[in-house]
Every structure is written in structure tokens, then in C-alpha cells.
Design a protein around this ligand. Sequence first.
Ligand code: ARG
Length: 501
Amino acid sequence: MSEGRLWGGRFANAPDEAAWQLGVSTGVDRRLWRQDLAGSRAHADELARVGLLEPADHEAIRSGLSAIATELEEGRFPWRDTDEDLHGAVERRLIELRGDLGGRVRAGRSRNDQIANDLRLWCAEAATSLITRTRELQVALADQAEATADWLCPGYTHLQRAQPTTLGQHLLAHAWALDRDVGRLVDARARTLATSVLGAGALSGLTLPLDPERYAAALGYAGVAPNAMDAVADRDFAVELLSAAAMLAVHVSRLAEEIVLWASEEFAWAQVGEAFSTGSSIMPQKRNPDVAELARGKTGRIIGDLVALLTTLKGLPLTYNRDLQEDKAPVLDAVDALELVLPALAGTVTSLSFDRERLAGSAAAGGAMATDLAEGLVAAGVPFKAAHERVGQLVARLEREGRTLEDADPHEVGSELFELDDAASLLDPEQAVARRDAVLGPAPERVRDQLALLRARLEAPPEQASGPPRPLGDAQADEADAGADAGADAGADDVNRRDQP
Ligand code: ARG
């Protein structure tokens, strides 16, 4: 009796119970049933095409696979303890439904190419879903940035107040990081679907006249893997998805960390909406930003998932090794975590209510206008080195006197400033952001430009995120790109030539 396990003929006895338990993978690979059945349908079609399945049998197999799909969909598929894996379970059930005919579908394939195909298709779909969820988080950030494009707020380096910025600029910084994540997911998905592996068999291709190109076309791949041994051993696509997921999670975690800070009484920048906050079992007053903390917390696990898969792969000889069965759990874990985190964090971002007055009131605090003052001296002809020194000395003197730059007179730094029309503006944070009006700067108009650029990308097909963000309607940039594609080699030569002495 070996139903549910796809081998046994050469064994006299049943497997040891502990060995069997170790090998069973249905707890995890059942999640890949849609992809597995898609592969089986394509395979049955191919067997029929080359005459290895009679038309009537083909029909019976197709309808059997459909019945199994319905059972799985409705959660009434009869899983058995004797099912070793998803592939074994499906064949066992097909035989229950269609008799010995069910045993014909195994011809011309191996679980090695089957599972590689299943996981590829699953990863491609997961990438699509993560792209959508990431876009939703970007929209939440963009909406908040739109409302706060001209709100002053302190900007930090080293978590010390550095220079004033705008809240819109700060929020969009997170949205642009996520845009690169979408680009990475798009790229990972394209490579995942670049090469179909069915037809690789166990490792060496097939003796039966089945056509790998037809599997590829039926399942939505762009082409066929060139080498069967690589095809069954390759899990790069899963690593790429996990790597994009880990990077995305790191960005999510950095945003989450800031939300936690903003919600603290020390910062008091914003309040997290009640629906995204939790209370304490002992401290009745508490309102905790748990969603952001969990988003930050899950990131550790997701990074761990990437490391787990890389570690599984690093010592494996070609081709398939059973170690590869451990590839799925980390991929599923990371994707599941992000599927939970991304919508919850998007909701949290939307729920934030920022304290405009408090932000504006602290935008110039902590000496944040010092750079502007030094650059004012530069405009009046002082070398920056000397200007930096003088502003530094002024800040130190004010500190000794218990004052700050905020209540200083700009002329205290030097008489040169009398040459400027509007020296007072050097200490005005509103002017500080207005002055920074180059592309990428925090001036409200530039924030609105960025926002328009981001919105256009959010509405365009995600494939666009694979390329660089660039100003809207930049036809010249488009042309330049086309030119660069055509003459890429010539361009590289030019660069090399320039580097030569
Ligand atoms: N359950 C296996 C996996 O997930 C499928 C492939 C098994 N192949 C084999 N030759 N034992 O990797």
C-alpha cells in the first residue's frame, strides 16, 4: 500500500514512523495546490497531445482535476496521514475518483520539476499581491503628504534636530523607498516567470516527446529554462522574492519606528487613530502604537526567512536535494507577514493626526537655523569655513547665556549680514524651506511636484517602477533613454575613455 506516496515498489517495508513524519510536507505545500493543479492540467493536455492519453481519458482526467480543485477550494479535500506531499495527495485522490487512469498522469514528470514550477508560480503571484499592498501603503503616505506639503517640521540627523523641513517631504521620503521595493518585486517577478521548468523531469529532461515550450506557454512563462539540471536545482527566484520582501520589511520597519517615536509624549508629533492603537491590561491610561511595533517586530522574522533560505541553499550539490523541501516555509512566512503588516500599517498612516502647531513650533529649535545663518554669511562674501566657525561660536556663546539661535539677532554673527536685504529671514524656518526649492528639496512646491510624480507612478503599471523616477512629461528624458538603449556600448566606451589618463 503506497497510496499518497509516489514510490515504494522497491521497498519491502513501510517507512519508519519518525522518518515518515520528518518527510511529510503537506502541512506546508498544500498552500501551493492551485499552482500544482495548473501544472497538472498543462501536463495532461500535453500527454493527450502526443497520444499518451486517449481523448476520453484526457477528459476524465481534466474533470477529475476540476473536482479536486473544487474540494480544495471548499476545504473538503480529504487529506490523509498517508499523503507524503501535495503531489502524492493529488495523485491518490485522482485515482480514488478516476481509478487506474489517475496513475497515467505521472508519466513524463518528476516532483522535482513539479515543485519548482509550483513554487515559481506561487512566488510570482505573491509578488503581484505584495506590489498591490505596497502601493496601498504608498497611497496612504501620499495622501498624508498632500495634506501636509507645507507644514513645517524639524528634520533630523543622528536623531538630533538638524534643519527644518516639511512634513510632506518627510512622509514622501518613506513613499519613495517603497517605490524601489515595488521595482524590485517587479524585477523578481519577471525573472521568476522568465523560465519554465516543466520538462526538466528529475534532472535530465524526458524520453517522452513532451514539449517544454508548450508547458511554458500554457502556464504564462516567457520561455523555457535552458538547462534541466539548473532548472530543478534553482531557487534563485525564491531568494529574490525574499530579498525584495526583506528590503521592503526594513523600510516598513523604519517607518514604523518613526510612528512609534511620533506617538510618544516626548515627540508628540502625532496621535495614532484609536482603531490602530491598543490598551494595557494594567495601566488604564495607555494608548500604545502596537501595529507599528508589530510591523517593526515582524521584520526580524522576515530577514530571518531570507537568511534561512540562503543557508539552506549554500552547500547543496546539484541537482535536487531533499533539503530543498525547506524552501517553502520561509517564503510563505515572509509573504504572510507582509500581507498582514502592509494593510495594517497603511491604515495606521491614514489614521495619524499630526499636531501642526507643535511641529512648526519646533522646526527651528535646537539651532536648526545654523546652516542657513552660515550660508547667509557665505552670500555676504565670507568663506564657508570661517562662517561655520563663527556660527558655531555664536551658538556656544548663546548656550552659555541661556539663549538660543531662535531668539538671537542674525547680525550677532557678523556685520557682513547688513549687506543682505533680508537677514532676518535667515532665522525663519518658513523661509528656510522656501529657499530649498531645487528638485528634491522640501519647499512646498517641490513637495507637490514630487507628489504629482509619485501619483503618476502609482497609477501607471507597476512595471514602470523598475525604471528610475523622473520628472513628469519629460519627453527629453524619454528620448535620451531610447538613445542610451541603442548606443549603450558606445556610452560605456565614452565613460572608460574619460577615465583614462
Ligand atoms: N516535497 C518535495 C519538495 O517540496 C517535492 C519534491 C520531492 N522530490 C523528491 N525527489 N523527493 O521539495
